[in-house]
Each structure stands twice: as C-alpha cells, then as structure tokens.
Ligand binder design. Structure first.
Ligand SMILES: O=C(C[C@H]1NCCC[C@H]1O)Cn1cnc2c(c1=O)CCCC2
Ligand SMILES: [Mg+2]
Length: 476
C-alpha cells in the first residue's frame, strides 16, 4: 500500500501498470510502450516549443575521448565515479579508454569552438534527444534514478549575458508547463544554492517537485547559465563588431525520464497508476458488457462506434474486446494502468442509446446519451486533468512548513515537510547536522517568489542575518 510501504508500492505499480520491465543489469530498465508514449507526448510538446525559439536538434557522439573529459575539472570532479568507460573492442584493448557520455558538454564544446568565430555565428542554439549513462551506486529506482536514462539536453551560446539569462528562464517556464500542464504535478521555480548548483556553471535554476508520501523533494528539471566558464576552457570566442575577441555566454538545460517517475509517485494510488489525460496514450477505455444469453453483436458494434466518434473528436480511445476476461476483471486491469475514464456499454445502455461513464479518480458514474458523448467526454477529461492538478497542489501545499528556528526545522523534517526557512546563504552543515538513516536534509531551492523577509530576521541554522527564504528537505 502506498501509505505504509512506499518503495514496495512504487516498484509494484511501475511493473503491474505495464510501464517497466526489469533488465538483467542492475539500475537498467525496459521502458514499455505504456511509459514510452508518455515520453513521446512530452517530447512532441517540448520539441515544438524549442523549434518556435529557433533551437535546432542535432546528434553528437555517445563516446567522449578521455582527454577532453578531464578538461573541465570542476565540471567532472565529484562526478568521476559515475563515468562509464569503454576499454575493449572484441578481445583487443583500446589504446585509450573511451567514456560513455554522462552529459555532452565536453562532446559538443570543441565543435562550438570550431563553429563560433564571429558575431554572425551567434546565437548558436542546439538540442539533442538522447540517452546518457551515469553509473550511480545509490539505490536505483525506475525513472527516478537509473544508470541510463533518456533526456533532452540543450546547449546554447550567446554574445551577451542578458540573452543567456533570458533563455534560462524561458526554458524553465517550459519545464514548469511540462509538470503542471501535462503531468498535473505542481512545482516550485527557484535557484539552487552555490553548494547544490552545477559546479561547472554560473548559476542553476530548477523546478522542484515534492512527494508528500515520502516527504522528499525531487529536482524536476534544470536550466543552467554556464557563464563563460566553458568558453574559457574550450576557447569559444567570437570577434565583436569592434574587432576584439570576446568569450560567449552559455546555457545548458535538461529534463529526463525522471518526469514519469515523479508523475507516478505524486498521483498513483492503491489501485495502481493514475494517468493525467494529457499524457495518457489511452484516455478512454470502452468496455462491452455482453448479454448473458443473447447475441451481443449490437453491443460490440456500439463500442466500435463509440471509439470511432471519440477518436474523430481527437480523444485517444480504445475498446477492450478480449472475451476471455470478465468486465469486472477489465475494470480493475485498466484502473491498474491508470486510465482515468471508462465507458461501459451493456444491454440497458444499448436499449437507452446511452453509455455509462465511470471516472477512476473519484469513481463518479454518469449515464451519457450517445448524442452528447464526445462533448461530455471532452469536458470530463479536462475536468479530470484540472482536478488532478488541484488535488496534487493542495497535498503539496499542506506539506509546506515555514520555520524560523533549528528546533522547528528538525521537528518539521521529522514530519516529512517541505521546509521554508530564512537562510544566511553561507551555512554549510545542515546536511551534516541532519544525517540519519532517512538521509540528510539539503537545500532544494530559493524560490523566485520570495515571501517578505523583515529586517533582522535570523538564519534558522546559523543565527546570522538571513538573506533569503529557502526550501529544505530530504530528497531523491
Ligand atoms: O549534466 C550536468 C549539467 C548539465 N548537462 C547538460 C544538460 C543540463 C545539465 O544537466 C551536470 N552533471 C551531472 N552529472 C554528471 C556530470 C555532469 O556534468 C558529468 C560526469 C558524470 C555525472
Ligand atoms: Mg547525479
């Protein structure tokens, strides 16, 4: 059950909901069609949006030469244990080991250096949809932490910092939309602390989600301004109009298949997955309820006609005609897969030229005349999507706890809260002071929406003058 053994509940739901199959290499998973179709819906949205921004897709090599990987030391340091290396081909050793990309800065930036010469070459804005490998050792979790995952990584270069700063926030807004408009998951936009940011960058912005059942925050997606750090390392310069050499200002940004895991954790229940209609590959499942002892062809025809008119209205509908399963079995199977709207057509419905619609999230049952079908179903799906977001936001907001002192902080942490506290922005040992078997608390982000910070407010951890409100919590 989700409330008493979250980890067990999650690993059962992702398998029984037909999203994941295990692979014989630990930390690696099979993404089954039921999961892949969610990825594709998000990809279709995001890809269209970045195309509007004149960002172009490309594809760089999976393989990173070792020389270039060491180039940006503070980019790599602290990550090195996660880098996977290829050392052999067949039974012959490679001269030099080759790394499998954990991210593509060092693969792409030598090309950036070649390609960018003058102002006219800017802005250079590339994106790639690919897989990356990070050989993590801490507890692997389908979608949330796997050794290989799918993502998009955007890498852009500008002549000015202002252009980079603007794009960082434009992309972060797209990530917010992916979570809030598609996955119905509320997120908080903010900035990572100096300690939590991407070491190779200038600053990191993030959308932070929160799993109320476990009281853990989860980084939803990141949009970094890299400043000129990589331009310096990789000599990415251009000649300004005044004829002087200037380094470019760069960003990099990504969201990953972790998005799917967050959606499952936030919305799933004890009946299984709960799929927001916007990302569900089947939004309506039509189930025939055949006559016991009469010909049911009329019912099957009505199901086919229903699917057809829903599809013509742009609704992703399917009928389950399997005759070796009972309607009841089908109801629970499709609830397990998280389909939010079921349409039953039995003898009575046929006689009255209506269908029975059953909502999964609140078990509401309504009879809909055939004539009003597509309009009413469209309306129900929109209401379900909105309702899922509202319920998730209420649950997340109920987990937010404002604290002012260390005692209140420790208490809130024990209650699995997402803690909002005034912070001096220097304090270093909250992590050390909260180490425990549940994992330490870390800063999640400093929200762009800062509450009032009265003069003289003290930092909850150090007692020094507080500079900003910051969210804290345990996290994935
Ligand atoms: O990947 C990034 C930064 C950046 N990479 C591109 C997309 C956006 C953003 O994720 C940070 N990072 C995380 N993890 C690792 C590395 C790393 O650079 C490099 C080595 C292995 C593990
Ligand atoms: Mg990592």
């Amino acid at each position: 059950m989700k409330d008493d053994n979250f980890g067990e509940w999650y690993s059962e739901v992702v398998v029984n909901g037909e999203m994941i199959e295990y692979h014989d290499i630990s930390g690696c998973y099979i993404l089954r069609p039921w999961a892949m179709s969610i990825w594709e819906v998000m990809q279709t949205f995001f890809d269209a949006e970045i195309k509007k921004m004149k960002i172009k897709n490309c594809y760089f090599s999976l393989f990173v030469s070792s020389g270039v990987l060491q180039k940006e030391k503070d980019h790599i340091e602290g990550f090195a244990p996660e880098v996977a290396w290829m050392t052999k081909a067949g039974d012959s050793d490679l001269e030099m080991p080759i790394a499998i990309r954990p991210t593509s800065e060092t693969v792409m930036y030598p090309y950036f250096s070649e390609r960018i010469r003058e102002l006219g070459d800017l802005p250079l804005r590339l994106n790639q949809w690919c897989n990356v490998v990070r050989w993590e050792f801490s507890n692997p979790t389908p979608f949330i932490r796997s050794r290989e995952f799918l993502w998009q990584e955007g890498h852009t270069a500008f002549a000015t910092k202002e252009e980079a700063d603007t794009e960082v926030l434009d992309i972060l807004e797209l990530y917010r939309r992916i979570y809030e408009e598609f996955l119905a998951v509320p997120v908080i936009k903010g900035k990572k602390s100096e300690h939590e940011k991407f070491a190779g960058g200038l600053y990191t912005t993030t959308v932070e989600a929160f799993v109320s059942n476990t009281g853990r925050g989860v980084q939803g997606a990141t949009s970094h301004c890299l400043g000129q750090n990589f331009a310096e390392m990789f000599q990415i310069n251009f000649e300004t109009e005044e004829g002087e050499e200037s380094m470019v200002w760069q960003n990099s940004w990504a969201y990953t298949t972790r998005t799917i895991g967050v959606m499952i954790m936030v919305h799933g229940d004890d009946k299984g997955l709960v799929m927001p209609p916007k990302v569900a590959s089947v939004q309506v499942i039509v189930i025939p309820v055949p006559y016991k002892d009469a010909n049911s062809q009329g019912i099957f025809d009505a199901c086919a006609a229903t699917v057809k008119s829903l599809e013509e209205a742009g609704i992703r509908a399917e009928a389950d005609y399997r005759d070796n399963y009972s309607p009841g079995w089908k109801y629970s199977q499709w609830e397990l897969k998280g389909v939010l709207l079921r349409i039953e057509i039995g003898p009575k419905d046929l006689a009255n030229n209506q269908v029975r619609a059953v909502q999964r999230d609140n078990s509401a049952k309504i009879d809909i005349p055939m004539a009003d079908l597509t309009e009413r179903v469209k309306e129900m799906l929109n209401n379900i999507q909105q309702n899922m977001f509202d319920v998730a936001k209420e649950k997340r907001d109920a987990c937010i706890q404002v604290v002012h002192t260390w005692e209140q902080f420790v208490e809130a942490l024990a209650q699995k809260k997402m803690i909002l506290a005034p912070w001096c922005d220097e304090e270093k040992d909250v992590k050390a002071r909260t180490k425990g078997d549940m994992g330490a608390a870390k800063s999640l982000c400093s929200p762009f929406q800062q509450p009032e910070l009265p003069e003289g407010t003290k930092c909850f951890a150090s007692g020094k003058p507080a500079k900003k409100w910051t969210y804290w919590g345990r996290r994935y």
